[in-house]
Design a binder for this molecule. Structure first.
Ligand SMILES: Nc1ncnc2c1ncn2[C@@H]1O[C@H](COP(=O)(O)OP(=O)(O)OP(=O)(O)O)[C@@H](O)[C@H]1O
Length: 251
């Protein structure tokens, strides 16, 4: 049931900037780093990965973030997911987030896939009982029945993606963040994930933020796109219009 008292914007990104401190010169090893540090010769310069970005996303909207390599898309998603704190501005997220970013970050490579499902599930806020109840469903979706007792360090990146996607989407999240997760999966898994995302979209209550370098995939999944380039917000609008402008820069 939709709660009409809820504010209609599920995500609010208000004038967000992200500044990273990067070493101003190249250091070749840790020893060099410590010598410079002790001599107070270590200087940093500021790098703005995001520069005054603002946008709002309504419940049920499916938004694609596009931009060339290093333009700040993942940084934006990490700020929204709460993995990074913006240097300036603020972000409001109303509801629970299923973040499919930095796959494997919430996993322990030494543990088996089965153990990792419980570990990652706990990080996502699921109880042990809940996982017990849904374990088979997760394994079925990931289609990795024979590999459940293998340590995750022996998994391929696509296999990790399968497990991560299956756990994160076992229930309907308020906000689903998908950052290149699907790109490491094979075409069959990609189709399966897209179908699950589409089901969420059809329910009308899941908000999806999606990053992909496949323009075709962005066009197929998203209604709206935001173009971020070198940390600057270039355009925000209907997916067709934004992709047209984005592609035109290479023409
Ligand atoms: N922890 C960090 N420290 C310093 N710089 C960082 C850090 N994380 C990201 N950056 C820099 O911020 C910029 C934006 O990176 P980001 O990963 O957000 O780009 P992206 O648009 O997701 O790129 P891609 O399409 O290649 O995945 C890059 O120049 C990157 O080097």
């Amino acid at each position: 049931m939709t709660d009409t008292s809820m504010p209609e914007h599920v995500i609010e990104v208000n004038d967000v900037s992200m500044i990273f401190n990067i070493a101003s010169e190249q250091l070749n090893n840790l020893k060099e780093y410590f010598i410079k540090l002790v001599r107070h010769e270590l200087f940093f310069k500021e790098f703005r990965a995001l520069n005054h970005v603002s946008f709002k996303v309504r419940r049920g909207e499916v938004v694609g973030l596009v931009g060339t390599n290093g333009s700040g898309k993942s940084t934006m998603l990490k700020c929204i997911a709460g993995v990074l704190e913006p240097s300036e501005g603020n972000i409001i997220v109303r509801g629970n987030i299923a973040p499919l970013i930095e796959l494997g970050a919430g996993f322990d490579p030494e543990l088996t896939a089965r153990e990792n499902i419980y570990l990652n599930g706990a990080l996502l806020g699921y109880s042990n009982d809940f996982i017990d109840e849904h374990l088979q469903e997760i394994i079925d979706f990931a289609e990795l029945h024979n590999f459940m007792d293998m340590p995750l360090k022996n998994y391929s990146s696509g296999m990790v993606a399968r497990i991560a996607f299956a756990i994160a989407t076992v229930t309907e999240p308020d906000v689903l963040i998908v950052d290149e997760t699907l790109s490491v999966g094979d075409v069959f898994f990609q189709e399966k994930c897209e179908k699950r995302i589409k089901n969420f979209i059809d329910s009308g209550s899941v908000t999806v933020l999606f990053v992909s370098h496949s323009m075709e995939q962005v066009e197929r999944i998203c209604q709206r796109a935001i173009w971020i380039e070198k940390g600057e917000q270039r355009m925000d609008g209907l997916v067709g219009d934004v992709l047209k402008a984005y592609k035109a820069q290479f023409a």
